[in-house]
Design a binder for this molecule. Structure first.
Ligand code: EPU
Length: 338
């Protein structure tokens, strides 16, 4: 493990922002991680995984630890299911491809989600009707404070919509080193209800889809709508879909009968942030190096060499415009590092 000084984080965040870290170390296993956590220079570290859910507004004065722990292995199995352990540094989509190659079902709807396996539980990644928590078994985490190792199960993690205890009470307390998932060997549960999956399968004349067919459909849909961060810096959905009271939703529906809304819990609805941004006239709007994507209004895009400050300023303008038009405040889904 080498410690580097004054490192550009451009390659370590999918927005492609050229923020600098004064101190940087990349760790490949738990031993290296514990070594660096004990190093007094790395007190109060900033952890970075796939860098797909971060916006660096400024340079980072905290020491940065890049979690690059690899390895995928089966730790238990029976006739029907398998428990798979993946290192925190494994790219999430590589894990999806590995599961498909072995015909293990459960994460095919989550194909092509950017980011690493170790950060997937932090925001309980989700797409097309499936969330990480649906296949989650447990995870291993190391305490930043005293380097002790812990196993946390679903109850411990308190998963919610793009949320977990790691985003709240436990933020800055643990480093997730591996994640275990329970996947199905046979009798796969095929989930095609959500979004455009069904339509895509019909177009391809597939009536009895396999997990590979579902993954292929998801990949096609995502490729059509979401820009590839390698070509255009972005972080997927920039804002969360807001959760709004039934009363407020009913009021909005009177004026906008087509407002996409989904029942959340009790008297609340999740409404589409992409729609709100589009109806505020911001879909495809570009100002200099930044803009909201033309195919998916929820995606903030770096068209060139935008700085973190430019991206954040534009995002705040989007927040204000939507708030003025609809009286709803959009919360970023991406972590804003100021
Ligand atoms: N919509 C618009 N205009 C837009 C975008 C969306 O009107 O520009 C409306 C459409 O009516 C559409 C509805 O919003 O039917 C929902 O859009 P979409 O299916 O694209 O999903 P989303 O709610 O915008 C969420 C996740 C995505 C995930 C998709 C598919 C959040 C914040 N985002 O987006 O996750 O891929 O569902 O399941 O929950 C991510 O987290 O980075 C991400 C990409």
């Amino acid at each position: 493990m080498t410690v580097l000084e004054n490192v550009s984080l451009k390659e370590f965040n999918t927005f492609g922002v050229d923020a600098k870290a004064s101190l940087f170390a990349s760790v490949k296993n738990q031993l290296e991680l514990k070594e660096v956590l004990k190093d007094p220079r790395f007190k109060n570290p900033f952890l970075i995984g796939g860098g797909s859910n971060l916006l660096f507004v400024n340079s980072i004065s905290r020491p940065v630890i890049h979690i690059n722990i690899g390895g995928i292995k089966i730790i238990d199995e029976n006739d029907d299911s398998v428990i798979v352990s993946a290192g925190a540094g494994i790219k999430w989509h590589d894990l999806v491809l590995w599961a498909l190659k072995n015909n293990y079902g459960g994460i095919e709807n989550l194909a092509l989600i950017p980011g690493n396996t170790g950060t997937a539980p932090i925001q309980n990644i989700g797409a097309y009707g499936v969330e990480l928590k649906d296949v989650f078994y447990n995870l291993i985490a190391v305490s930043i404070d005293d380097c002790s190792t812990h196993i946390f199960d679903e109850n411990d993690c308190e998963f919610g919509y793009r949320d977990s205890k790691f985003k709240n009470e436990w933020s800055h307390q643990y480093v997730i080193t591996s994640v275990r998932l329970m996947l199905q060997k046979n009798n796969h549960f095929i989930n095609t209800q959500y979004g455009a999956i069904e339509k895509t399968l019909i177009k391809k004349n597939i009536s009895n889809p396999s997990i590979q067919d579902v993954a292929d459909a998801v990949i096609e849909i995502r490729n059509n709508k979401l820009p590839n961060p390698k070509e255009l810096g972005n972080s997927g959905s920039f804002f969360k879909n807001p959760i709004v009271s039934k009363e407020k939703t009913d009021k909005l529906l009177l004026e906008h009968p087509n407002l996409p809304h989904y029942e959340f819990t009790g008297n609340f609805y999740k409404i589409s942030a992409g729609w709100l941004i589009e109806k505020s006239g911001l879909k495809g709007l570009r100002e200099g190096n930044v803009g909201m994507h033309a195919q998916q209004a929820l995606v903030l895009v770096n068209y060139g060499n935008a700085t973190g400050k430019e991206l954040w300023k534009f995002a705040q303008k989007v927040q204000q415009t939507v708030a003025q038009k609809f009286g709803i405040t959009l919360d970023p889904e991406v972590n804003i590092i100021e």
